[in-house]
Design a protein around this ligand. Structure first.
Ligand SMILES: [Zn+2]
Length: 72
């Protein structure tokens, strides 16, 4: 599976909760560095589709106010 497909499946699985890129990367064990960037690229790509929304909000995992992604 591609990172984008993995991230999409994960975000769908926690619907309707929203999660930030850091928590998505951690949860999927994408680690840090380039993998974390891959998680961000994946959520940015998903937000271009009508199935996902990426906006400022509170992350359901870490509770921080930041850019979070959720499935519609
Ligand atoms: Zn978070």
């Amino acid at each position: 599976m591609t990172v984008e497909a993995t991230v999409a499946a994960f975000v769908r699985s926690v619907k309707p909760q929203a999660m930030c890129d850091d928590c998505i990367a951690k949860r999927l064990r994408l680690g840090s560095g380039s993998n974390r960037v891959m998680a961000r690229n994946a959520t940015a790509g998903l937000s271009q589709t009508k199935d996902f929304t990426r906006a400022k909000g509170v992350c359901s995992k870490c509770g921080k106010q930041k850019l979070v992604t959720h499935a519609n």
